[in-house]
Design a protein around this ligand. Structure first.
Ligand SMILES: [Zn+2]
Length: 195
């Protein structure tokens, strides 16, 4: 457990009940809270003490208002997760576990689409991979939104970087159910644990 961490991908309001609301999102948030509880049970104390023993890292899609992935700019998505808006915020029930150094933003550059949380950086400019190494993490649990895009890309990059990846199947939401099932099967074949 000492060497495990949880990466929460894009559990942001636009993906939960906003412009790009995904299926199973409310449930995924609830199950994520339950998972966090199960990993930290009996430790009591303040939230920061929990973070010392079981780091929880948050990925945020974090776009400028004219991001290239938006339809008006020729992209495929409706505007979402614009920096500074409610839609770009982490679900409030997860907020007690959020700390700045362990929050990684991606998609901040207007011209670059970034699905992978692995490309995110914290406010000190450190990448997710760098921080996981500093924490001596070997096993990474992943949950979040959406299975077929940001969750999958994050899992695959973590695997490539040498981490043991364990995707929490009850704690993910998706754009399309068929795409979700297909992505899970393909990730399983790639060596990502589906739990
Ligand atoms: Zn985005």
């Amino acid at each position: 457990m000492k060497n495990s961490a949880l990466v929460v991908v894009d559990m942001l309001y636009d993906f939960i009940d906003g412009s790009l609301a995904c299926q199973n999102a409310d449930n995924a948030v609830k199950e994520t809270l339950r998972f966090i509880d199960s990993q930290t049970k009996g430790q009591g104390g303040e939230e920061h003490e929990i973070l010392d023993t079981f780091p929880i890292l948050f990925i945020r899609d974090h776009h400028p208002a004219d991001h290239s992935s938006f339809k008006e700019q020729g992209g495929i998505w409706p505007p979402h997760c614009v920096a500074g808006t409610h839609g770009g915020e982490i679900h409030e029930e997860l907020k007690p576990y959020v700390c700045e150094e362990l929050t990684f933003d991606k998609g901040c550059d207007k011209s670059v689409e970034q699905y992978s949380g692995f490309e995110g950086v914290n406010n000190a400019g450190q990448s997710l991979g760098e921080i996981l190494e500093l924490l001596d993490t070997t096993d990474v649990y992943v949950c979040g939104i959406a299975t077929e895009y940001c969750v999958r890309n994050t899992c695959e990059d973590l695997l490539k970087a040498g981490f043991k990846v364990r995707l929490l199947k009850d704690c993910i939401a998706y754009v399309d159910h068929e795409g979700h099932v297909k992505a899970l099967e393909e990730m399983r074949q790639e060596g990502i644990g589906i739990e």
